[in-house]
Design a protein around this ligand. Sequence first.
Ligand SMILES: *Cc1c(COP(=O)(O)O)cnc(C)c1O
Length: 396
Amino acid sequence: MTDKNEREWQYTSTSHDAVDDRHHGSINIPIYQSSLFAFESYDKFEEATRNSRISHVYSRGNNPTVRYLEDKLAELERAETAKCFASGMAAITAAILSNVKTGDHIVCVDQAYGPTREFVTGYLKRFGIESSLVDGRSLDNIRSAIRPETKLIYLESPTSMLFQLQDLAACAELARSRGIVTIIDNSWATPVFQRPLELGIDLVVHSITKYISGQSDSVAGVVLGSERLISRIAEDEYMLFGGIMTAYTAAQVTRCLRTLPLRMERHERSALAVAAHMVSQSYVLRVNHPALSSHPQYALGQQQMSGSSGLFSFESDVPHEIMRQWASRLRLFKIGVSWGGFESLVTVNPANAGCVTEARSLVRLHIGLESVDDLILDMDRTWAAMSLTDEGVSAD
Ligand SMILES: *Cc1c(COP(=O)(O)O)cnc(C)c1O
């Protein structure tokens, strides 16, 4: 399928539902605000309990509103099935725990989301699960980190501070040849731009909180993959830890999903325009954006992704303190964590705050849905208003 056809299919998939008698033809999935589901007879009750993955018995296990969203997300990600969680971290930790036990070893990319790394390298150590963090840009690094007891390779491509990629098809092939399960955090690209299951990865996780929601009003997560791997997560981690998505959140996220392809195309265009502008700025050393041809892994990105989203970073030799002043003076960029919403955001990190870079500052930008001309003007004006002194640049 060509990319254009794929995109058109995504628009239809997110906008169209067959009329469903069970919901009285309701054009939107109703919010099934019910903890339990009752039965006419004991026979029907027992039958439903035996098929708890598809039938509705109790909302900690399976709720119709949540199930609707799971099916929609699975369709977009080309997964057999999905399970939605209360947050991205609930989905990530459930997916990891489902695939390891005491004595096992995990290979994890060293630039993965901070709390994920902390869970893998710190928390799981308490249970006798070992791990190695590797620079995932080279397949050789991943291959040499594999031990006989390695059961899981955890990927995140691109990473969300330096935007480093892993070769997903090659990682999947390597893992399969050793009987190792692969998980990828696909929050940055979303299924609109990257479908890792098609490249052989076993499980995809998302922080729905970011682009899939896109409204900065929900915290949510999802795991997608084969029925075999997902039903194990649904029966164990989902049911036992209880970090479920509520029907209300599912209905809210379902509304957001309608505009996902539309929003992603806008984030892509705007972020590329801002990134290209940043390349020529005197205070910018390097722009980390996988769809800029200057990115060291540009070719790989073009091969495994059909587009790019709105989050990227730039490195600067301007001291951290000055970049913080610049960020504080921006009018259209808010200072805040997270990303993926309608609003543009900025964070300024001192060099080496968890990231390997020689620059003095690492500035991360999320390009929202505002006018791209206004965003560029805001950054240019703010920089121009800060004048040079002997110490470097300072506020005037
Ligand atoms: C935010 C984030 C998460 C965690 O998601 P929550 O919904 O906040 O739990 C995981 N991975 C990445 C890349 C993220 O940015």
